[in-house]
Design a protein around this ligand. Structure first.
Ligand SMILES: *Cc1c(COP(=O)(O)O)cnc(C)c1O
Length: 224
């Protein structure tokens, strides 16, 4: 068995079966992504639209592509064409643009609301207060081709796992508040995408339904 398949087997042995795995293939070759596919994974994630589109053309059609990186409005058309799930929706205007474009392309797109839970300034996302101050029920009702399927967030990049845990707990709380106040009638609102290579066990303990892992599966990434 190859290294990638072995890494996936080890991960799946430890992960509760109901938690989904998004294999993050950014910077990896199509061959490496194909090894993850052959090991049984069907959810693949990229943080850049162009790289996602390019890899989509080289992989089997039943891959469910997740866009996990910041989406600029001038790339929405390409993102809607290539992705099935956009996890990185960080503004209402972006959500509207995705919906408009999905209507045009006669396509359905699943989106997650990305919340800024980390202490780093650089991480994208809705502010925590926007979870409370937005009429999400009205927002959801205005969408024609987009379903809001849950939330996504990234914890601070730190060794301090108690801090990471608090941040994940915050995201899980945002999810349950949104579920209770706005999305209770929508059975598809059920995902909490949190946890990466360095922190996925904590994320799962705090209620993650979907982890996004790259390094753990494919090895160290060459930084760019
Ligand atoms: C790169 C990336 C990941 C995966 O990171 P690893 O540490 O390699 O597991 C997860 N989520 C997002 C948004 C990313 O950009």
């Amino acid at each position: 068995m190859g290294k990638i398949a072995a890494n996936i087997e080890n991960l799946l042995r430890e992960l509760p079966p109901e938690v989904k795995v998004v294999a993050v293939t950014k910077t990896r070759t199509a061959e490496e992504a194909m090894e993850a596919y052959n090991a049984g994974l069907r959810l693949l994630g990229e943080n850049r639209v162009q790289e996602l589109s390019a890899k989509k053309n080289l992989l089997p059609p039943d891959v469910i592509w997740h866009l996990i990186g910041h989406l600029q409005s001038n790339k929405v058309r390409q993102a809607v064409a290539a992705a099935s799930v956009i996890e990185s929706v960080d503004s209402l205007s972006l959500l509207e643009k995705i919906d408009d474009e999905a209507v045009k392309q006669v396509k359905h797109i699943d989106c997650l609301l990305q919340f800024h839970i980390a202490s780093e300034e650089t991480k994208q996302g809705f502010g925590i207060e926007e979870a409370d101050n937005t009429n999400w029920k009205e927002v959801a009702a205005s969408l024609r081709a987009v379903r809001i399927c849950g939330v996504m967030g990234m914890a601070t990049f730190t060794e301090d796992m108690e801090r990471v845990r608090r941040e994940f707990r915050t995201l899980a709380l945002i999810f349950s508040n949104l579920h209770e106040r706005h999305f209770g009638a929508m059975e598809f609102f059920r995902e909490i995408s949190m946890g990466m290579t360095g922190d996925w066990p904590v994320a799962v303990e705090e209620g993650s339904t979907m982890i996004r892992v790259g390094t753990l599966i494919f090895g160290e990434r060459i930084k760019r």
